[in-house]
Design a protein around this ligand. Structure first.
Ligand code: NAP
Length: 277
């Protein structure tokens, strides 16, 4: 199906990551001009540069910093003009879980700075670009997480930053229409996805088992599962009347299994022997 995205200009943050690289590929395949923001290393973006020289601009930016976000949009505008759509996808999560009583203020601040402030700065400079280049259509997609819906023990910094995306999305969907009459803002919440961010968990068979116990579709998402939903929502042709929505791409997951079978065995034993708990 033609999503009629050809010739549009889409900016993606976190484009060198697992979901970001897949997003970049899918948009390029749709004939989109892509500004791909990476932080430290281009990784597979370098290979894409060889095949899509005319349609891909890579820019290094630390999305925590306003100067950096501003410069990202300046470079994007000077290469491909108006940014028609932005995907605030950059994010971090600590690999090791930490209880809130042990969490350093530095960790808390940095996670919120990248995930929430970084999305704010992406939205801010995307909206400034809409002021500079008037037009009717525009799409902003924030990338949250199921952790923002269900919480995530030992990752309260991460889940808090992702829960904040909902308020941002609900506010900005009402602001964007003052700059672009058909402008839309949506939130995509991936669940567990096979990327470097989730590497530790998804390579541990016990953890994989616990994860899929919470998912009716019994599968951990591939980056393509998340990217194709974002591409679909970015298209004004197929999603032009979809705004202010949270789309969760998590195989129907409703929550988390909180305990291993060992950790609930006391209760299960008493329950089966009809002892009062
Ligand atoms: N994978 C999952 O299971 C999962 C689940 C739910 C939600 N998500 C969300 O999906 C999004 C993409 O995650 P992913 O799984 O693709 O993770 P990933 O592979 O770790 O990629 C994260 C990307 O964000 C970039 N980034 C980190 N700090 C940055 C900064 N200060 N400025 C600019 N860019 C920065 C990284 O660049 P560098 O590596 O160069 O720093 C990388 O390109 C994130 O928002 C994440 O929270 C992922």
């Amino acid at each position: 199906m033609d999503l009629k995205l050809k010739g549009k200009h889409i900016l993606i943050t976190g484009a060198s990551g697992g979901i970001g690289i897949e997003l970049t590929k899918q948009f390029l395949t749709e004939g989109v001009n892509v500004t791909a923001c990476y932080n430290r290393e281009k990784r597979q973006l370098s290979d894409l540069m060889e095949s899509f020289t005319d349609n891909l601009l890579t820019v290094s930016a630390d999305i925590r910093k306003e100067d950096s976000a501003k410069e990202l949009f300046t470079q994007a505008n000077s290469r491909f003009g108006r940014v028609d759509g932005a995907i605030a996808n950059a994010g971090i999560a600590n690999h090791e879980g930490v209880s809130v009583s042990e969490m350093s203020l530095d960790q808390w601040d940095n996670t919120l700075r990248v995930n929430l402030t970084g999305s704010f700065l992406t939205a801010k400079h995307f909206f400034q670009n809409l002021e500079k280049y008037p037009g009717d259509d525009a799409s902003l997609i924030l990338v949250g997480s199921t952790a923002g819906l269900f919480g995530e023990a030992w990752y309260s910094d991460y889940s808090t930053s992702k829960a904040g995306m909902h308020g941002m999305m609900m506010s900005l969907k009402n602001e964007i229409v003052h700059l672009a009459s058909r402008g839309r803002v949506n939130l995509v919440n991936p669940g567990w996805t096979v990327t470097p961010m989730a590497e530790g968990a998804v390579s541990d068979p016990i953890m994989v088992s616990r994860i899929v116990q919470t998912i009716p579709l019994r599968k951990i998402a591939e980056p393509a599962d998340i990217a194709s939903t974002i591409v679909f929502l970015t298209s004004d042709y197929v999603s032009g009347h979809v705004s202010g929505q949270t789309v969760t791409v998590a195989g129907g997951m409703e929550g988390r299994v909180l305990f291993t079978p060992d950790e609930v065995s006391d209760y299960v034993d008493r329950y089966t022997s009809k002892e009062k708990w």
